[in-house]
Design a protein around this ligand. Sequence first.
Ligand code: UDX
Length: 439
Amino acid sequence: MTISFIGHGYVGLVTACIFADFGNKVWVIGHTPEKIKRLKEGDPIIYEPGLQELLKKNLEAKRLFFTTEYDEAISESNIVFITVGTPPKKTGEADLSAVFAVSQEIAKHLRKGLTVVSCKSTVPVGTNKKVEVLLNSHKPTGAEVAVASCPEFLREGTAIQDTLYTDRVVIGSDSKEAIDLLLQLHEPLSGKRVITDLASAELIKYTANAMLATKISFANLISFYCEKTGADVETVLDGVGLDKRIGNIFMDPGIGYGGSCFPKDVKALINIGLTSGVDASLLQAVDRVNDETRNNFINKFTAFFEKQPTSHTQKKIAVWGLSFKPNTDDIRQAPSLSLIDRLLKDGYTVSVYDQAASENVKKIYGDKIHYASDPYEAVDNADALCIVTEWNEFKQADLQRIKSLMKKPVIFDGRNIYHPTTLQKMGFTYISTGRRPVL
Ligand code: UDX
């Protein structure tokens, strides 16, 4: 089969490489010549484990092609996937301008006969119908188009494995031809098939992300209860999660969810509720608890330092982890940014370390903060260490060395990566999430 992807972000590029690896001819269309040039040279632009190897392999096999031109790609494609961004507007509503703009471009280049156009971008219910109208009104005579919603559930950091070993393939369409062609394309992937209408497929994606965000906010809410009552959040959630009806996956409390999906999709679903007359207060609470989780971390930090005699300007704070989660360089909606903003506003000196995301953070803060080349350099002479992202390399770091390097052995842990008793024995002050502080 020949297929095209419009957009080369996490969803577009990863899925394109995987379908090329299965032996299909795959085009990826982008609008920035410089990026397309880098992709053609085997540079994935984004950091995703295993992606560069997969990209290079399929470029060399001449199954994967990058272009800025719609014509050559669309005119020979059986299926076209739209994988452009749908960022939130100020109201929380998803901005669909890119989806609609590329739909018109696709339409102009459709060949004679049937082409399936499928949206993998997360879009509100009804969007694919609007895409269908646009395609039909701009397509050349003789071209036929069938629209399908085929949402993607991959996570950054584990995108390739998530795609290959997905729990389900969701295909929503009114067209039997579209469903059959998409089933054929997805044949090598594991997971159950969910075949449904356009609206249900569109809503499955939002519902999945909102449900996962709800679990995280619920765990964070319980961590607030633990901090007030002296209970231990890890034990509470373990005790609860052993109930098979509940489970404990995606219930890690911490510093709140970030990234390009959960914050945006929860807000978009709230907006859909508000505009369609559905009570969105449960989701509004999920969103609010996420903000409170970030604030709670910062408040614990400020409360601790307000009691200290010396001024903030004389203090250096180390931050470990800048990406919104481990194994990615993505800093969209990352909790580290809210923390750094606050630290700089309060006059602290900030030294950060992240194995992948420092370059992206440099674009925001420039030389206002120091970028360490390893975790130990970051904590050198620091008054406190804030752990924001649970990269593996922090989990078994040399705590004795850290203690000897720091001016004061104080750790604020937004991801609960250490045991309070271990840190207590070593003489650290250790303030984590939903657990008794070691003071
Ligand atoms: C998410 C969905 O998981 C994926 O199915 C969808 O396609 C895109 O959105 P992603 O944002 O890449 O994926 O990462 P994910 O692993 O889901 O983490 C999202 C955020 O939640 C991160 O900030 C992470 O730190 C946080 N999180 C996750 C928690 O705070 N606790 C948890 O238990 C799990």
